[in-house]
Design a protein around this ligand. Structure first.
Ligand code: ZN
Length: 207
């Protein structure tokens, strides 16, 4: 092989590595722990529609996610496991103490001005949050009735902005939408939501 050709080949590899690196970085999340954040709690009930209270539904799903993740060998940390009030910045501070982690916040949505809005939404911060959000989006479309309708970048949401780990806030469904709200009241639907969150997390993990 002549040296000119060899140089060309090595230049090609250097280019490939340099050019390919950011994609590889974006496509891999390395973590063994998931911080699960049940939205609201205590004096903050979140949204309430048709007697369905967001803080209770969120904690229920969060605990199901915890069970599912532990069964898959992940370590988990809950920001709350009772009906207690926890400040948003305190949740982020707690998350930042957990090494090798990602952060998943569980909420339910409401839009009184647009009662036709339905389905889940993934709210994310940063490119790694987007990557995780996309995996969760796919899992919801595959497993959960009404699927995921939107991926929403959020720059100012405290729990996402102040959390250093890849972070997504899952809006599990609209309590203002009659059918979506009724679905969210079903234990079986909430279990399906939790399963989809676990599947999305698994899909985002580098192996
Ligand atoms: Zn909420």
């Amino acid at each position: 092989m002549n040296t000119g050709f060899q140089r060309l080949v090595s230049a090609f590899w250097v280019l490939l590595v340099v050019w390919g690196a950011p994609q590889v970085l974006r496509a891999q999340l390395r973590f063994n722990t998931v911080v699960i954040d049940a939205g609201h709690g205590g004096k903050d009930p979140g949204t309430i529609w048709y007697h369905r209270v967001e803080k209770h539904l969120a904690l229920d799903v969060a605990k199901r996610v915890e069970t599912g993740l532990r069964a898959k060998g992940f370590k988990t940390v809950m920001t709350r496991r009772h009906d207690t009030f926890v400040e948003l910045s305190q949740r982020a501070r707690l998350a930042n103490k957990v090494p090798h982690s990602i952060f998943v916040s569980v909420h339910f949505n409401a839009n009184a001005r647009s009662p036709g809005s339905k389905g889940a939404e993934m709210h994310y911060f940063g490119p790694k949050g987007l990557y995780l959000g996309q995996r969760l989006n796919t899992a919801f479309d595959k497993h959960v009735q009404l699927g995921c309708t939107r991926l929403v970048p959020r720059k100012r949401l405290v729990v996402l902005r102040e959390t250093k780990a890849p972070a997504v806030l899952v809006e599990c469904g609209y309590l203002t939408h009659r059918t979506n709200s009724w679905l969210c009241s079903l234990t079986s639907h909430r279990q399906t939501i939790a399963n989809a969150i676990v599947a999305g997390i698994l899909a985002s993990q580098a192996r």
